[in-house]
Write a protein of this length. Structure first.
Length: 475
C-alpha cells in the first residue's frame, strides 16, 4: 500500500505534466510561408518574417497582416504491452485501436509594422502568433471499457498558447538587412490524463485494474516564457538572396493547478486531496534556419522565386520536465501515513534534434485574372522526428514527415493581398516493440522502486491537413 499511495501522489503531477511537452510543431506556420513549404528564410519580405527571419521585416514596409489556419490532425494507436504473469511468463497483450481527433480551432497570426527613417531604413513591428500544434483528444472509454490510451492522454482541450513579440529591422544598404525580436510564449495549458495506482507486482490487484485508475486534470498558467530571435539577409546579386536566422529557446517556469478524481478501490474510500498548487519547469528548443533564394523576372513581366532552406530544431535541449509540488497533500489512504506530501521530481524526456529540408517556389503573374496580380505557390519539406521511437506515445507522437503545400494570392490594387494555402502532412507510421518501449506508468517512490510496464508499445499512425486564409494591407 505504501507504493500505491506514493504513486498516487507523484503520478498526479508526472502523468499530467508530461502533456505540456506534447506541443511539437506539426508543421511550420503562416499562410504565405507554408505555401512555399516553409522555405521563407532568404525570401522573407512581409510580416511572416517575425517567425522565420526578422531581417525580412525591412522589406515589409508599413503593413498589417492577419491570417488564420485550421490544423485537422487525426491519429490511430493500437497499444501492445508485455505483461509478466504470476508464474514469471512474459505475454504480449494487444488492445483495440483508438483514434485521436482535434477540434475546429483557427490558429491566428496578427502583426503590424511601421517603416521610417530618411531612407526608410528602419522598421519596427509587433506580432502575436500561435504555433501549429495539435490539440488532440482520445476517448476515455472504448466500447464500454477503459481506453487503452488513457495512461498517455485523454485531452488537451482548453489549451491556448501564443508567441507575442516586438521586432526591429535595419537596412543600411540595399544589399544587406538585419533584424531581431524580443518574444514571450504566453497563455495557459490544460491536460487530462489517467494514471494507475495499482502496483505491478500483483500484491493487491492486477496491473491497470480500472478500480485503481485516477483521472487527473492539470492547468498550467499563466505562462510567460521569454525568448528572442535574430537574423540577417544578404543580396550579393540582383537574382540571389542569402538568409540566416536563429530562435532562442523558451524557458518555461509556470504555476500549475492539479486536481484528481481518486480511485474507486476500497483503500481510497476515505482518501482526499488538499492543496492543488505546483510549479512546472522545462525548455522548448532553439532553432536555426538558413536559406538561399533565386529571383528572376520573366519576359512578360511575370516574376519567379525559388528558395531552398534548411532548419534544425534542437529538441535535445528538452531533456526533462521538472515538477515541484507547492502544497499538495493526500489524507486518509488506508495503510499509509496521513498526510502524505509530494516531493519534487524530474521526468526524463530524451528527445533528439530534428532536421528539415525545404524547397519552395512562388510565381507572380500579371493579367491572369483581369488586371490583378496573381501569386501561385508550391513547396515541399521533409522533417526528421524529434522523438526516438522508444519514447513515442499517444501524448507526444512524432515521426519523420513529408509536407506538401500549395497556395496563392490575389493582389487587389496597390495595397491589398489576399492569401490562401492548403497543406498535407504525412507522418511515417511507427511501431514500438513493447520490449523496447520506455514510457512507464510512473512509480517515483524513492528508496522503494516498483517496476511498471511501459505504456507506449504498439502501432501508431497519423496525418494532418492545414487550410488557411490571410489578408495583408500595405500602406
Amino acid at each position: 500500500m505504501r507504493a500505491r499511495a506514493s504513486l498516487l501522489g507523484f503520478a498526479v503531477l508526472v502523468a499530467a505534466s508530461s502533456a505540456h511537452a506534447g506541443g511539437l510543431y506539426t508543421a511550420d506556420r503562416g499562410v504565405r510561408p507554408l505555401g512555399r513549404g516553409g522555405a521563407f528564410v532568404a525570401g522573407a519580405d512581409d510580416l511572416g518574417a517575425i517567425w522565420y527571419n526578422p531581417a525580412g521585416l525591412a522589406d515589409a514596409g508599413s503593413s498589417i497582416l492577419i491570417d488564420f489556419s485550421w490544423l485537422n490532425f487525426s491519429s490511430e494507436y493500437a497499444r501492445s504491452t508485455n505483461v509478466t504473469t504470476a508464474g514469471g511468463t512474459v505475454q504480449t497483450v494487444d488492445f483495440p485501436q483508438v483514434k485521436g481527433t482535434t477540434p475546429f480551432l483557427p490558429i491566428p497570426t496578427l502583426a503590424g509594422s511601421y517603416n521610417f527613417g530618411k531612407e526608410k531604413e528602419f522598421t519596427a513591428a509587433f506580432g502575436v502568433l500561435a504555433p501549429y500544434t495539435a490539440i488532440a483528444s482520445y476517448p476515455l472509454t472504448l466500447d464500454g471499457n477503459p481506453s487503452p490510451s488513457r495512461y498517455s492522454l485523454v485531452s488537451l482541450e482548453g489549451s491556448a498558447l501564443a508567441v507575442a513579440g516586438g521586432y526591429f529591422a535595419y537596412k543600411p544598404i540595399e544589399q544587406f538587412r538585419v533584424g531581431g525580436g524580443i518574444q514571450a510564449l504566453v497563455g495557459n495549458f490544460n491536460s487530462t490524463v489517467v494514471f494507475s495506482a495499482s502496483p505491478s507486482d500483483r500484491l493487491i490487484s492486477a496491473p491497470e485494474d480500472p478500480q485503481y485508475d485516477a483521472l487527473s486534470q492539470l492547468k498550467v498558467g499563466p505562462i510567460v516564457a521569454p525568448s528572442a530571435n535574430f537574423g540577417m539577409i544578404a543580396v550579393p546579386t540582383e537574382n540571389v538572396r542569402l538568409g540566416a536566422s536563429a530562435q532562442l529557446p523558451f524557458w518555461i517556469n509556470a504555476p500549475a493547478q492539479v486536481n484528481v478524481r481518486l480511485p474507486t478501490a476500497s483503500p481510497f474510500d476515505r482518501a482526499r486531496q488538499e492543496g492543488n498548487e505546483a510549479q512546472v519547469r522545462f525548455r522548448l528548443p532553439p532553432i536555426v534556419r538558413g536559406g538561399i533564394e533565386y529571383r528572376a523576372t520573366l519576359g512578360d513581366e511575370s516574376r519567379i522565386r525559388i528558395e531552398a532552406a534548411y532548419v534544425r530544431e534542437f529538441w535535445s535541449l528538452h531533456d526533462s520536465i521538472d515538477i515541484r509540488s507547492e502544497n499538495i497533500k493526500l489524507y486518509d489512504i488506508t495503510g499509509f501515513p496521513s498526510p502524505f506530501g509530494v516531493a519534487p521530481i524530474s521526468l526524463p524526456r530524451n528527445f533528439q534534434d530534428s532536421n528539415s529540408f525545404r524547397l519552395g517556389t512562388e510565381l507572380s503573374l500579371k493579367d491572369l485574372i483581369r488586371d490583378y496580380w496573381i501569386d501561385l505557390r508550391a513547396g515541399v519539406s521533409y522533417e526528421t522526428s524529434a522523438i526516438p521511437p522508444e519514447w513515442v506515445s499517444a501524448l507526444t507522437y512524432d515521426a519523420n514527415k513529408l509536407i506538401g503545400s500549395a497556395g496563392g494570392s490575389v493582389h487587389i490594387g496597390e495595397h491589398w493581398r489576399m492569401d490562401a494555402v492548403g497543406s498535407l502532412v504525412l507522418l511515417n507510421g511507427t511501431t514500438v516493440d513493447p520490449a523496447d518501449a520506455q514510457v512507464p506508468r510512473v512509480n517515483p517512490v524513492r528508496g522503494n522502486p516498483t517496476k511498471t510496464e511501459p505504456i507506449n508499445g504498439g502501432e501508431y499512425s497519423a496525418r494532418a491537413i492545414v487550410l488557411g486564409v490571410g489578408l495583408n494591407y500595405k500602406f
